[in-house]
Design a binder for this molecule. Structure first.
Ligand SMILES: Nc1ncnc2c1ncn2[C@@H]1O[C@H](COP(=O)(O)OP(=O)(O)O)[C@@H](O)[C@H]1O
Ligand SMILES: [Mg+2]
Length: 291
């Protein structure tokens, strides 16, 4: 979570209600086309997809970073994305989260929410959480305060000394603390945590908002082996309740967590399947795994 997103959060009031109203009134919307109203807080996964990209392309100065990319993720799925540097993995996340607008293509959250119609902050509010590679926790604040801050952002309440979590919020905070293995470090300033713990804390901050879909870009880069193993456990515990899209180069980590793996190359899907299947694919060996 970036500070500018948090400011944005403070300004938002019931974004869902507004978005739902807009989807009902604009005739061009998919919601209108399917006749299904957009329920605030609900993502329609009746078609078995929480995320759906079709024929998405984007060019930067004539270079096609994403090239007719099509991909979908099932509710509760933990999808691993691999591929060489420059394949377009981060750019794909930029497109899903509204940071980058594609030149062409379709990007849907569930079957009714056309993500290309929304701004970055609105998309975050709808339940798509993103973890960038570098941890961005507030170093001077304690673990507890960092999580509490994530809660304030969620509620659209300006950061205030008068804010006190409700009992439901406190339960949630305690649960997240256990999930990210930081229950024993609640009063430690985040700046004193290890790199891996900071990464978990940031994931915890995302979890405070109970995202439906989590996008994680190289989450175990720079972690020790033990931290990497604990992160694998963490992700396995999150799938089901959340859908996860995990970009990583660490193949032993991928092996531990993966169900379906998508290989990106030159902005499109080169191969998709179990890790064993994609590892045996000649084209994947050629461009990514090496011989
Ligand atoms: N904002 C941008 N402006 C220009 N080129 C970009 C921009 N974002 C990404 N690219 C280019 O798009 C390609 C894909 O980058 P990226 O998505 O970061 O790849 P990956 O995350 O798979 O390593 C790279 O060649 C990169 O230089
Ligand atoms: Mg990248």
């Amino acid at each position: 979570m970036t500070p500018d997103l948090m400011d944005e959060g403070a300004r938002r009031v019931s974004a869902y209600a507004r978005l739902a109203a807009r989807d009902k009134t604009e005739s061009g919307g998919r919601a209108a086309a399917t006749g299904r109203p957009v329920v605030p807080g609900e993502v329609d996964v009746a078609h078995g997809r929480i995320l759906y990209l079709e024929d998405v392309s984007v060019s930067f100065d004539g270079f096609r970073a994403i090239n007719r990319l099509s991909l979908d993720i099932a509710p509760g799925e933990l999808r691993c994305i691999i591929g060489p540097n420059g394949a377009g993995k981060t750019t794909m996340m930029d497109i899903i989260t509204g940071k980058t607008r594609p030149d062409e293509g379709t990007v849907f959250f569930g079957s009714t929410i056309d993500l290309l119609r929304y701004k970055e902050a609105e998309i975050a509010q709808m339940g798509i959480g993103r973890k960038f590679q570098k941890p961005t926790v507030f170093e001077q604040l304690t673990v507890y305060e960092n999580l509490e801050l994530a809660l304030k952002t969620d509620k659209g309440v300006p950061a205030s000394v008068f804010f006190r979590p409700s009992s439901g919020d406190s339960d949630r905070l305690a649960q997240v603390l256990r999930t990210i293995h930081l229950a024993g470090s609640v009063n430690r300033p985040a700046g004193t945590l290890s790199h891996g713990q900071k990464q978990w804390l940031e994931i915890g901050m995302l979890l405070m908002q109970d995202p439906k879909l989590l996008l994680l870009d190289e989450p175990v880069a720079g972690m020790t082996d033990e931290e990497t193993e604990r992160t694998a456990e963490l992700f396995l515990s999150l799938k089901g309740r959340h859908s996860l899209m995990v970009v990583e180069h660490d193949m032993s980590f991928i092996k531990t967590i993966s169900e379906k793996v998508t290989v990106l190359h030159e902005g499109s899907v080169l191969a998709e399947g179990s890790l064993e299947e994609v590892q045996a694919d000649e084209r994947v060996i050629e461009v990514y795994l090496g011989r």
